[in-house]
Each structure stands twice: as structure tokens, then as C-alpha cells.
Design a protein around this ligand. Structure first.
Ligand code: TXA
Ligand code: MG
Length: 338
């Protein structure tokens, strides 16, 4: 079932949620696969539909600031961050209250909470009369869904339906920050940038796994940092540097046949001799434009029959850290400076 954005349709979707079913909803970041966070059986259905490992906890979505205190133990910092960044693409990890079932938190004593800015998501949460547990709406390990069509492609009839809110504005998942320790830790970069967070949290730490692969004996601070993620089936390699140098690298590596290239807008012609498929994913130096299209392009390539994908990329700050973090994982950390 595909619902539209009208109040009547959202009410139908909320009815499905109240009946213990799973509904995909648009948010400003990516689509979420939502169920009643207080109903363990409904939440188990999310894990089954995604093929998500049971050790990877879910974000609980709320529509009113006051609800944070119903499901988590607030701190001075969480109140300040909520005032500044909510509603919006920031998720906070806090100690959980007992009403949050352990299937949601994957057995951890903490819970991730977010108040999304998307009006449809807010309306769905309010009409459902419960908080919504929702991971990104994609099969586990695959690029996140940023349109209703992506969700239909991945889940079809295995969920009650999707509310079509058009393409997501950010295109990348929320910034995740843990407030469990003395020092706040950035676990996943997103549209709320480290510089913005540091205005409120001068001692913010960035988790090692944000920018590099964990060592074998290193423990992930968040289960999601350890799992394979955002990856197309084809072997995917990141090429950091200028388009001309990336094209040279592809020729030298002898991979010019049956490969695809993801490049920056306007640089397609640099690769025309090197690849069967060339898809631009945004402007060089403009990570916001890259974030909008990244998952869409990764998904398109995943449906093609190429066996190798090269991604020309750059490493930058701000939202650029979020794009780089997702690409590192899409490339299974195969990132080469050219
Ligand atoms: O933008 C978003 O955050 C989207 C939309 C739907 O809200 N949701 C999303 O959920 O990206 P998901 O499940 O794909 O990513 C949530 C991340 C995972 O890496 C998970 O491991 C981490 O948050 N996480 C959730 N609860 C946690 C907890 N209690 N402790 C540590 N990490 C947690
Ligand atoms: Mg996800």
C-alpha cells in the first residue's frame, strides 16, 4: 500500500501502527521502517523484515519534547541539545527507562531518541499515540531508502505500506551522539555537524570508527559502527583526489571493462573511456548536494550488472564528514588516494 501525505492517509497508516504492523515513513533524513516502540512483537517484525542483526538497536522517534523524559533519563546536555537542534536530524543516546523493551535497545541499558522535523513523521507519531522505533528503510547492509519507491523495491508487501512524502531532504541519516559518558561522543556524522555540536559541547569526541576501520580487538561504541553497511553487491572502491587522477588509476588497475564510476557533476567526460556506466552524485566541494543523491546513485548501480564500482570522492569537513563516512563503508574501507 502506498499512502499519500494527506491527514486521512496518515491516519490509515497510524491505524496500522496501532494494530502492531510496520509502516514506512518519510523523515527529513531517510525513510524509516516504523512500528510501535512499546510493542516488542511489532519491533521484532522490523528486525525480521530488514534481516537486521538483533544486536543492532533502533532509534525511538517522538513528536513532543516532553516525551524524551518518558523514555530516557534526560541530562543538562540533552536538554540543551534538544532546545537547539530538535526537531531535526540529531539522535541522542541516553540511559533508557524501563518502559522501552530490550528488543528496541538490543539489550543495552541505553536508548537512542530523535524528534524528526518532517511534518508527516510528526503527524504519524501523534496519531499512532506511541513512540515509533524506526531504523532506516532498507534491507540490512544496503544503502538507505530515500524515496517511497526505494522502500517498495526493498519490502513490497512485507510491510503494511509506505507513506510517500517524496524524496528526503537531507538524504543521509541523522547525526548520532552518545551522552552516556562524561565526554559526549559523536558516533555517526550527519547534517548536524561537529562544528555546530561543539558550540554546545566544546569537549565533543569523535569515535574512531567514524573515519577509519576498527582494529580487530577494538570495541565498537555503537553496534551500527561494526556492521557492514551501505554497500552495493559489486566490489566498490573509493578514489580520493582529482577526476583525471582517478581516471588514470582505473586505466592502470586494468579494470576498464564492466565497471561503473560515480563522479562529481560535470566531470563525467573524464571517465568516458574508462567505464560502461558513469553517474554523477553531486557537486565537488558541495557535500549537501552529494548527500541528497548518494544513496539513490548507489542503489541504481546496485541494480546494474557491473562487477566493480569506482567512486571518485573527497574528504571534507561539516556535512562532508557524513558523506565520507557513508562512502568509506560503501567501499568496505577500500579508499585509495590517487
Ligand atoms: O536519520 C535516521 O537516523 C534514520 C531515520 C529513520 O530516523 N534512522 C536510522 O536508523 O538511520 P538506523 O537504525 O539505520 O541507524 C541507527 C544507528 C545504528 O548505527 C545503531 O547502531 C545506532 O544508531 N544506535 C541505536 N541505538 C543505539 C544505542 N542505544 N547505543 C548505541 N548506538 C545506537
Ligand atoms: Mg540504517
Amino acid at each position: 500500500m502506498i499512502w499519500n501525505n494527506s491527514e486521512d492517509d496518515i491516519a490509515q497508516a497510524a491505524k496500522a501502527i496501532r494494530a502492531g504492523k510496520i509502516v514506512a515513513m518519510p523523515t527529513e533524513t531517510v525513510y524509516g521502517l516504523a512500528a510501535n516502540a512499546l510493542d516488542p512483537e511489532a519491533v521484532k517484525g522490523i528486525f525480521r523484515a530488514k534481516g537486521r542483526p538483533a544486536d543492532n538497536p533502533l532509534i525511538v522517534h517522538i513528536a513532543d519534547y516532553g516525551d524524551l523524559e518518558r523514555y530516557a533519563i534526560p541530562t543538562d546536555l540533552s536538554r540543551r541539545l534538544a532546545d537547539r537542534f530538535w526537531p531535526g536530524p540529531l539522535t541522542m543516546i541516553l540511559r533508557k527507562k524501563d518502559c522501552i523493551p530490550s528488543v528496541v535497545s538490543a539489550g543495552l541499558p541505553s536508548v537512542a531518541i530523535r524528534l524528526p522535523a518532517h511534518k508527516t513523521a510528526q503527524t504519524l507519531i501523534r496519531l499512532s499515540c506511541c513512540p515509533l522505533a524506526a531504523p532506516s528503510a532498507n534491507l540490512s547492509g544496503k544503502p538507505s531508502g530515500t524515496t517511497a519507491q526505494h522502500v517498495v523495491h526493498d519490502f513490497g508487501d512485507r510491510i503494511a505500506g509506505v507513506i510517500d512524502g517524496g524524496p528526503c531532504q537531507c538524504g543521509l541519516e541523522s547525526t548520532v551522539i552518545s551522552l552516556l559518558e562524561d565526554r559526549p561522543i559523536l558516533l555517526r556524522p550527519g547534517f548536524v555537524t561537529p562544528a555546530e555540536l561543539r558550540e554546545e559541547l566544546p569537549d565533543l569526541k569523535i569515535a574512531n570508527a567514524v573515519e577509519r576501520e576498527l582494529e580487530q580487538d577494538e570495541k565498537a561504541l555503537s553496534p551500527g559502527l561494526a556492521h557492514r553497511h551501505y554497500a552495493p553487491a559489486a566490489d566498490t572502491v573509493g578514489l580520493l583526489g582529482r577526476a583525471e587522477d582517478a581516471a588514470d588509476y582505473i586505466v592502470r588497475s586494468g579494470n576498464a571493462s564492466s565497471c561503473a564510476v560515480m563522479c562529481f557533476d560535470g566531470e563525467e567526460s573524464c571517465f568516458s573511456d574508462q567505464a560502461d556506466i558513469i553517474l554523477p552524485y553531486g557537486k565537488r566541494g558541495d557535500p549537501i548536494s552529494q548527500g541528497e543523491r548518494l544513496f539513490e546513485v548507489l542503489r541504481r548501480l546496485d541494480e546494474s550488472s557491473v562487477n566493480r564500482i569506482f567512486v571518485n570522492c573527497e574528504r571534507s569537513e561539516g556535512v562532508g564528514l557524513a558523506v565520507y563516512n557513508r562512502l568509506l563503508r560503501s567501499c568496505s574501507f577500500q579508499m585509495i588516494k590517487v
